[in-house]
Design a protein around this ligand. Structure first.
Ligand SMILES: Nc1ncnc2c1ncn2[C@@H]1O[C@H](COP(=O)(O)OP(=O)(O)OP(=O)(O)O)[C@@H](O)[C@H]1O
Ligand SMILES: [Zn+2]
Length: 491
């Protein structure tokens, strides 16, 4: 067995293959995930990477120990979209204050949203604006990285911009498998006159007096060059990952849309600035959450925010709990597209209801979740893990205590144990004097009558339960298609 290998295998976008996960240092497994640009509410598509990489974070903590994993997810608080929003929403404030108001409010909302989705707080959440200029603590900053790129012959200045010279890097395009020649031949991208090559991208751009800017000092060909400006999109992740994880680290993650150009350009910057042959060993990307076959995105206007799902009745005429949203997301493998629908959320709710009913008062600990773990170790096989939990629920319902404990441990590994204030427990609390065993038995009996087509008897049992203030909801088992019934106490 290779040192540091604990059974986890992951699909690596860099090699387009599933590989054994072997960290550089099993005492400090290091992962970086590109975080949100904080100018507006996050949509449920943005929740996908947050949830997927949270499952990976939990799994790594389980395998290597909670204190042996460093997860960095940045906050992008410098972006022209933020500036535009700040001007629109706070016209009376000076721009810098308006920007701070927008980014703080949006970041707080993002934290509340992802916490409701059961995501742990990453180990470190650096903000881009704190890494623009050299820092007193000496952690890697963007201006110094850009200077290294200039010094090593990978960057040039043109028209107040400092650009990355893609031709200076023979391996440019390795992650996305795009060749520079293809990009030139395609000529879809008009060559901006000041670029040497259409694929060259901005590291630093001058700001007009009204725009936010930092006073950066560069040296090009021995001559000082001061440009009051702001960083390009990609350089922040190269700086913040190096600051906390080093020049080369284990896992870099994000959504599929980031492979090109964002991650390709992060690799170009980091490798060329540090003189390394790679930035991260494993590159992992989640698929899109879609609506009617199209990526949910702000630009398409087909998005629904996490906040709307949790706190309003905009989707399906009701609100949804964080646990339901999380399970609905994990019912599809992370690399596959998900079609987001009310039906999917209803399915997830029915499944969770079954689990929580089986786990009951949660007073079972120390369960063995080896089978769930094995599924997750197969490239985050959450669908396999959920199938295992489904079987455990069946066993637990028959009174198997070991299955009940395993169900609880496995659900915990997926980050799906209900928080004590969740809807399920509120519902339980209000029905504290109800004999749940007796209700379950009547519900089962009614299902039997339905299967045997004794409809009159089934209806009689439903009425009997209604009289006890118990409401029945029939649904189809998502896997077998069998009719099932969920019940709750009417409030
Ligand atoms: N529909 C989606 N499904 C899955 N992941 C997504 C989706 N949309 C964005 N992401 C991911 O969310 C994270 C944050 O991305 P970003 O802030 O660029 O999103 P965005 O600007 O809201 O995207 P868009 O403008 O396309 O809606 C990235 O990792 C990105 O890949
Ligand atoms: Zn990034």
């Amino acid at each position: 067995m290779t040192d540091g290998f604990k059974g986890l295998r992951v699909y690596n976008t860099l090699t387009r293959a599933r590989e054994d996960f072997v960290p550089f240092d099993a005492d400090n497994v290091r992962m970086y995930v590109c975080g949100p640009t904080v100018y507006d509410y996050a949509h449920i598509g943005n929740a996908r990477p947050a949830i997927v990489f949270d499952v990976l974070f939990r799994l790594l903590r389980h395998l290597y120990g909670a204190d042996h994993v460093t997860y960095v997810r940045n906050i992008t608080d410098v972006d022209d979209k933020i500036n535009a929003r700040a001007r629109r929403d706070y016209p009376a404030l000076p721009l810098n204050e308006a920007i701070r108001a927008v980014t703080e409010k949006t970041a707080d909302q993002y934290h509340a949203d992802v916490a409701a989705l059961g995501c742990l707080t990453p180990t470190i959440e650096p903000r881009a604006t704190e890494f623009v200029l050299p820092r007193t603590d000496g952690l890697t900053d963007m201006a110094s990285l850009i200077q290294s790129l200039i010094d090593r012959g990978h960057a040039y200045e043109a028209k107040g911009e400092i650009l990355f010279d893609t031709e200076s890097m023979p391996t440019y395009g390795g992650l996305s498998r795009r060749k520079l020649e293809d990009q030139q031949a395609g000529a879809r991208v008009a060559v901006e006159a000041h670029k040497k090559n259409p694929a060259d991208f901005v590291l630093w751009k001058a700001s007009s007096p009204e725009e936010p800017g930092w006073d950066a000092q560069f040296t090009i060909a021995g001559a000082p060059l001061a440009i009051r400006g702001r960083p390009g999109w990609h350089i922040e992740c190269s700086a913040m990952s190096a600051a906390y994880l080093g020049e080369v680290f284990d896992i870099h993650g994000g959504g599929l849309d980031l492979i090109f150009p964002h991650h390709e350009n992060e690799i170009a910057q980091s490798c060329c600035a540090h003189g390394t042959d790679r930035m991260a060993r494993y590159w992992m990307h989640n698929g899109f959450l879609q609506v009617e076959g199209r990526k949910m995105s702000k630009s398409e206007g087909n998005f629904i925010t996490i906040h709307e799902l949790l706190a309003t009745e905009k989707f399906g005429g009701r609100s949804w709990s964080g646990e339901v949203l999380r399970l609905a997301m994990l019912m599809t493998h992370y690399r596959e597209p998900i079609d987001f629908s009310v039906r999917k959320l209803e399915e997830a709710e029915a499944v969770l209801d079954g689990w929580y009913r089986a786990v009951g008062d949660l007073a079972v600990d120390g369960g063995d979740c080896a089978t769930v773990l094995a599924a997750l170790c197969d490239d985050l096989g959450t669908t396999g893990a959920i199938a295992v939990l489904h079987e455990l629920r069946g066993e637990a319902a028959k009174g198997n205590e070991a299955a009940r404990a395993a169900l609880k441990a496995g659900a915990g590994l997926l980050g799906l144990l209900p928080s004590t204030e969740s809807d399920w427990f509120a519902a339980k609390a209000s029905g504290a004097d109800i004999d749940t065993g007796a209700v379950d038995a009547l519900v089962e009996e009614r299902l039997r009558h339905l299967r045997e087509k004794n409809f009159a008897e089934a209806d009689r049992l439903r009425d009997e339960l209604t009289a006890q203030n118990i409401q029945l909801m029939d649904y189809k088992d998502p896997e077998t298609g069998d009719r099932r019934t969920r019940w709750e106490v009417k409030r």
